[in-house]
Design a protein around this ligand. Structure first.
Ligand code: C2G
Length: 444
């Protein structure tokens, strides 16, 4: 008996999938089809899959070609499946030609001609209104955003606005998008506004975008006052608009996994969180010269406060700041200490002092440790009283990691997801309040 195996997502099942399975079955006597899980698709950068896994499996079964359906959960599984199921032929569409040649040592590899002019991506785009994104700001982060947005199906970057039109024009030319000089025309041309302008301008841009009926994705720190955060979130909610604070860590799969483990009881109850992020900056950089909105805490505070607020909550009993300031008064190094009813937390950041930069979560049964750059979580360990027992976890973090927040935001806009648990409004408001408290003490 000749055994054949093939794999796929099979989202929005179409003729291309049907013909692939039909020919795969014809290659032998017994066909096994591996259907990918959502988390595996996410880790391989396939975002925006619409059908849930049960629907995708059902659609494969309905063709009648599959003798057995299995789940594909991790990369590297193909090799072990070939051994496990004693496979003679591995097959996949010709869009993958060459990719799976390494399996030739274990079985025959056949690339079947891909069916032309049909794909899940095409169908997804036809089903959805493509959300047009307009960018405000043309700095470093805006340049990183565009290639990331290209990887999320269902969005397209339409144009850019900058009060300095020459900057907008140059940026637009580089990325082949539209530059806008007039704000009204800019808002008129887009569905989502991505704000990547200097911190102090966020509040006014958020308000203005929401008032024009646009969804907003805003770089951290969203705003620098609690009252402003409450106002913009309240307005967005009332008007059915999505407002997202872009702290990339909160949306990336590795950090999600870490939180899941920290809150699962594996290390018992969390009693202490220590988060540190330092980055040496050039003394002439905006971060070290803008005496009102520069400094280490405004720049990095969102990252280091995030795991604390996620794990210990927003209801701390006390918070205090201690900073070492440079000659111009900006904090080069800041330590924040929090006390909770259930434990303690410390957050440390620096732009002029280098430190180890790790995340440590201590519980009543053990601790989790993630080394720098834990804010782009790819690896962490769980340790226990018995020092010989260590559980190791890894996860991918693709590119600059902005694709995760863009795709989560899109899911909320398209109502394929219904909550914002990865970074809640309450957490964003608490962050704004902490920024406000810090500024009151540090910026005299
Ligand atoms: N396919 C095809 N013709 C199309 C579209 C897809 O022949 N017009 C084939 C693909 O080449 C693949 C299968 O249908 O063999 C499933 O396609 P997808 O759902 O897009 O899954 P894919 O990402 O290609 O998964 O581990 C997963 C596999 O590597 C392939």
């Amino acid at each position: 008996m000749t055994k054949v195996i093939t794999y796929g997502t099979f989202d929005l099942f179409h003729e291309g999938h049907y013909r692939l399975l039909q020919r795969a079955k014809a290659l032998g006597d017994y066909l096994i089809v591996g259907v990918t899980t959502e988390s595996y698709d996410k880790t391989r950068g396939k975002l925006g899959v619409i059908d849930p896994i049960l629907t995708r499996i059902e659609n494969v079964k309905k063709t009648g070609f599959a003798d057995e359906v299995i789940i594909e959960e991790v990369s590297g599984q193909k090799f072990s499946d070939i051994k496990k199921y004693d496979i003679d032929i591995f097959t996949v569409g010709s869009d993958w030609t060459g990719t799976f040649d390494y399996l030739r040592d274990y079985c025959q590899v056949v690339y079947l001609e891909r069916t032309k002019n049909i794909s899940s991506t095409m169908l997804r785009e036809q089903r959805q209104h493509i959300q047009r994104i307009g960018i405000i700001g043309t700095g470093r982060i805006a340049n990183r955003f565009i290639p990331e947005a290209k990887l999320v199906s269902g969005v397209s970057t339409q144009g850019v606005y900058n009060p300095n039109f020459e900057s907008a024009r140059q940026f637009a030319e580089k990325w082949e998008i539209e530059p806008y000089e007039n704000m009204e025309r800019f808002f008129g041309a887009v569905d989502i506004v991505y704000i990547a302008s200097p911190h102090q301008t966020h509040y006014a841009y958020i308000k203005s975008a929401l008032e024009h009926g646009k969804h907003v994705l805003c770089e951290k720190p969203l705003v620098l006052r609690k009252e402003q955060a409450e106002e913009v979130f309240g307005y967005a909610k009332e008007h059915g608009l999505i407002l997202f604070e872009g702290i990339k860590t909160s949306y990336c799969p590795g950090f999600q996994k870490l939180l899941g483990i920290a809150c699962s009881g594996m290390i018992g109850s969390v009693r202490n969180v220590e988060a540190c992020f330092t980055k040496l900056e050039d003394s002439g950089s905006r971060e070290l010269t803008d005496t009102m909105y520069g400094g280490s805490f405004i720049e990095l505070g969102s990252y280091i406060m995030l795991p604390i607020l996620k794990m210990m909550g927003v209801n701390y009993e006390s918070i205090s700041f201690d900073s070492f300031n440079g000659e111009n008064g900006l904090d080069l190094f800041t330590r924040v200490t929090l006390r909770y009813r259930t434990g303690l937390a410390t957050a440390t950041c620096g732009l002029g002092v280098k430190s180890e930069g790790r995340l440590l979560i201590s519980g009543t049964n053990g601790y989790i440790v993630a080394d720098a750059p834990w804010w782009k979580t790819t690896y962490f360990e769980v340790h226990y009283e018995d020092a010989a027992k260590v559980d190791k976890y890894s996860e991918t973090f693709l590119g600059d990691g902005l694709r995760y927040e863009i795709s989560d935001m899109l899911a909320l806009i398209n109502r394929t997801a219904t909550n914002d648990f990865k970074l809640t409004r309450g957490e964003s408001i608490a962050l704004a309040e902490i920024m406000e408290k810090f500024m009151k003490e540090n910026r005299k």
